[in-house]
Design a protein around this ligand. Structure first.
Ligand code: SF4
Ligand code: SF4
Length: 188
């Protein structure tokens, strides 16, 4: 992604918050073990080691212009193997949260996707694919976006993997867990 896309967006607060992440990884020695361990590094525009270097240098436009942290699948392998014992997966999560909280332009699609997925789980106890994707498309405000998923949707319907019934009841069976997670995130 283009760092200027972030620099142009309203990202000032996210940039300030990067200091918190920098403190998490400040004793990094740039050994590259995290990159060598990461199963998703091949798809990242910055390797994990490079990402941590830019965090240490205080370069938020580069950090938030990268999609590296959005591709972290939380396998914890880098955390397990880092010789400095750094909380690398937690730091990736922190970057994801900042990207979502401040609605940074380059991460708009992945943020909307995660948000609608989790809202659907919160309402029903599991994701309802039809509702989830409909609300994701509405969130993105791009009338052409559903076309990109049309073929996949038809295949899933044909195989009986996707129900076309709109969920009616919202029992919120996981509400207590979600409320607790929000409490912990806000440090209450
Ligand atoms: S494994 Fe740890 S010390 Fe090595 S580059 Fe990655 S974060 Fe830095
Ligand atoms: S936790 Fe994320 S960054 Fe670390 S190895 Fe796994 S996918 Fe890569």
């Amino acid at each position: 992604m283009n760092p200027s896309a972030v620099a142009d967006s309203t990202a000032t607060h996210a940039f300030d918050d990067l200091e918190h992440v920098r403190q998490m990884i400040q004793s990094c020695i740039q050994c590259g073990t995290c990159t060598g361990s990461c199963p998703n590094a091949f798809a990242m525009d910055l390797t994990p080691r490079q990402l941590w270097r830019h965090v240490m240098l205080g370069q938020p436009a580069v950090v938030f212009g990268s999609r590296t942290f959005t591709l972290c699948s939380s396998c914890y392998y880098c955390t397990l193997r880092c010789p400095r014992g750094l909380p690398l997966t937690d730091a990736m999560h922190a970057l994801k949260r900042l990207g979502a909280r401040h609605r940074l332009t380059p991460h708009k699609a992945s943020t909307a996707f995660y948000r609608q997925f989790m809202e659907s789980v919160r309402r029903h106890g599991r994701v309802n694919e039809l509702e989830f994707m409909t609300l994701y498309f509405a969130d993105m405000k791009n009338p052409l976006l559903p076309l990109r998923y049309a073929l996949l949707g038809l295949r899933l319907v044909a195989k009986g993997k996707l129900s076309l019934r709109w969920p009616m009841r919202r029992q919120r069976p996981l509400e207590a867990i979600f409320c607790k997670a929000v409490e912990r995130e806000e440090g209450r």
